[in-house]
Design a binder for this molecule. Structure first.
Ligand code: ZN
Ligand code: ZN
Ligand code: ZN
Ligand code: ZN
Length: 226
């Protein structure tokens, strides 16, 4: 069956879920899964939908709608949208929940735009916590390789001599104190500006300063009122 095949493919492409044998039900049916979902048992319903999908049997054209609805309740918006969009490719005469599906698509869009504009979570809605590698600093400090952490480099203008030799009008050597290093022969490292360290983007968080946690974000940026 065409619908079943394309659904299974979508499922495989999207699935980063772990299949747990103990979550399987003896007899999975779409009706039961819908009932579970409507009773608020979204996780259990989800497992039943998964079982239905991987059973290889004939799948109702209504399946992607119900699965998408349950995925929406689980806040898995991207996956939900994928199944919904698939459902909406079916012909009007094949499906019964077109209006509801369009409404749900709009709700997902709204939920996703809240996530996009929320500074507290990543794009899949999980709360961001400070990166533990850089402790939220976004950068890490490394010893300057150029000066090996000394903070100084040999003066290029005078080759470390401290004096600059030039010829005067009488073709005589003129010795003047090097203005670049003020006669010292060295000056602050031009790479680290004498700081001995170089800051570079944290390799763990790539400079974002945070990482995704396992907690779903509530997208409430206001502080609590007491
Ligand atoms: Zn970091
Ligand atoms: Zn110099
Ligand atoms: Zn340096
Ligand atoms: Zn958020």
């Amino acid at each position: 069956m065409k619908i079943a095949q394309s659904l299974i493919l979508t499922f495989i492409l999207l699935s980063n879920f772990s299949l747990k044998a103990q979550d399987y039900f003896e007899e999975a049916s779409l009706k039961e899964a819908i009932q579970l979902s409507e009773s608020g048992a979204h996780k259990e319903a989800y497992n039943m939908y998964k079982r239905l999908l991987s059973s290889g049997g004939e799948i109702s054209a209504e399946f992607p709608y119900y699965f998408a609805k349950n995925l929406y309740d689980l806040k898995k918006y991207n996956n939900s949208l994928n199944f919904l969009q698939q459902y909406l490719t079916y012909h009007d005469s094949e499906i019964r929940h077109k209006t509801e599906a369009i409404q749900l698509e709009r709700k997902i869009g709204q939920a996703m735009s809240v996530i996009q504009s929320c500074p507290l979570c990543d794009k899949s809605g999980f709360l961001l916590v400070p990166c533990d590698y850089c402790e939220g600093n976004k950068t890490i400090d490394l010893t300057c390789q150029y000066c090996q952490g000394k903070g100084i480099e040999l003066c290029k203008k005078c080759d470390g001599e401290g004096v600059v030799i030039s010829r005067n009008a009488f073709n005589e050597n003129n010795y003047t104190t090097c203005d670049r290093c003020k006669g010292q022969g060295f000056h602050g490292c031009s790479h680290c500006e004498g700081k001995k360290i170089m800051s570079k983007n944290c390799p763990e968080c790539l400079g974002s300063g945070d990482k995704k946690s396992a907690t779903l974000c509530t997208h409430q940026t206001e502080s609590h009122d007491h």
